[in-house]
Ligand binder design. Structure first.
Ligand SMILES: Cc1ncc(COP(=O)(O)O)c(C=O)c1O
Length: 388
């Protein structure tokens, strides 16, 4: 008899809890309900016009074949120039491996640096897919407990206690998903110093780079050439569906990363790459800056509204487009609270259980990916929900 057996690793991958919220939100919408989406980690902007036009021109000109496995050289040069001019980081173009989204870069990173049975440390809470990319490599993530008083920043003084024989490295993100917190340059420098003492690797996920409202917008690449960095066109450049990101590797890892990129992806989407070259020109960057300011204005509206409602914000929301909020004063179970809020007031949020383990049932993530009017309306609805 035929056995329908999936690989064991599939069983170790947790489905997103937010899917329950999303599915119900879609159902309500199809019944004509006006749902406000604050759950989606995706900008409500689209690619800047000039970038989209460059993509269309690439299609018209038939530039649709495979590119070199690590990306178009003009794109890698544009990214390298951008690191130098904006972040004072010298990054040789050949160290940049262009990938299908940051997701592709993270998958590549796991394949490149992590052996089966290794573990990688990361703060609890953090981006959930990281764990699953490691499982794919036969390894696993070890979520390190953090303290709410420290805005969920991993305490580097505890690192030696968590570092074991099979620890391969530390993965951080700044600005963070789900908290919106921005790490300081001195923090990343200290993390790098400690990790190198242990002989491990450090990866910094900078996918929300550029979306910083308070604190320093820097790149870990300005600290050391041996730090690995992930980035993407998804967030700052609002190109989620174009599926384009990159991984920056140290010089000594270029050959290995190239081999893997050739085999896993062949190449990142070519049309997206031609479009993305245009993203680093002054007019596009100016438009991205206007958008950043709009996000900042929304952030302030949301923070003020949450304060008035007495819902504590538990991490400094200085970047990305997220605010992490403690709802334990009003519910025992954030997931249940999210579903009830959606049912009664048609506002969708993401429960903390998607991001972490410790006390995750206390938290929800707000994404300010809708305009100020909608955000204000959402706040009115949440206040009504809480007072009913
Ligand atoms: C921290 C973080 N890393 C990586 C990704 C993957 O992004 P993409 O594959 O669209 O570039 C996301 C998406 O939300 C994210 O929040």
């Amino acid at each position: 008899m035929k056995q329908h057996k999936l690989a064991t690793r599939v069983g170790h991958i947790a489905p997103f809890q937010v899917m329950m919220v999303l599915d119900r939100a879609k159902q309500l919408q199809s019944q004509g309900e006006d749902v406000i989406h604050l759950e989606v980690g995706e900008p409500d902007f689209v690619a800047v016009d000039a970038v989209a036009k460059a993509g269309m021109a690439a299609i018209e000109e038939g530039k649709t074949g495979y590119t070199s496995a690590t990306g178009l050289s003009e794109l890698k040069i544009a990214i390298s120039d951008y690191y130098l001019s904006r972040y004072q980081a010298e990054v040789a173009p050949e160290r940049i491996i262009v990938t299908p989204g940051a997701s592709g870069a993270l998958l590549l990173m796991a394949s490149l640096m992590v052996n089966a049975s290794d573990e990688v440390l990361m703060p609890d809470p953090c981006y959930p897919c990281n764990r699953h990319f490691l499982i794919q490599a036969g390894a696993q993530a070890k979520l390190v407990e953090t303290k709410v008083e420290n805005g969920f920043e991993l305490d580097l003084n505890t690192l030696s206690g968590h570092w074991g024989e099979n620890t391969s490295g530390l993965w951080l993100a700044s600005p963070s998903n789900p908290t919106g917190a921005v790490l300081s340059k001195s923090y990343v420098a200290e993390a790098w110093q400690k990790v190198s003492e242990f002989g491990g690797h450090l990866l910094v996920d900078e996918i929300y780079q550029g979306l910083v409202y308070e604190g320093e917008d820097f790149s870990a690449l300005s600290i050391s050439d041996d730090i690995f960095v992930v980035n993407s066109f998804s967030k700052y450049f609002a190109m989620t569906g174009w599926r384009l990101g990159w991984l920056v590797v140290p010089q000594w890892a270029i050959e290995g990363a190239t081999k893997l990129a050739q085999n896993i992806f062949i190449a990142a989407p070519s049309v997206s790459q031609y479009a993305a070259v245009r993203a680093f020109e002054a007019d596009v960057l100016a438009e991205c800056e206007v958008r950043r300011q709009r996000l900042d204005a929304r952030r302030l509206v949301l923070l003020e509204g949450l304060k008035l409602m007495g819902l504590p914000v538990v991490a400094p929301a200085h970047g990305a487009f997220y605010v992490y909020v403690d709802v334990s004063g009003v519910t025992e179970d954030a997931m249940k609270w999210c579903l009830e809020l959606l049912e009664r007031e048609k506002v969708a949020l993401t429960p903390g259980a998607d991001f972490g383990i410790k006390d995750a049932h206390k938290y929800v993530r707000f994404a300010y990916t809708c305009d100020e009017e909608r955000l204000k309306e959402a706040l009115v609805r949440i206040a009504r929900f809480m007072s009913s």
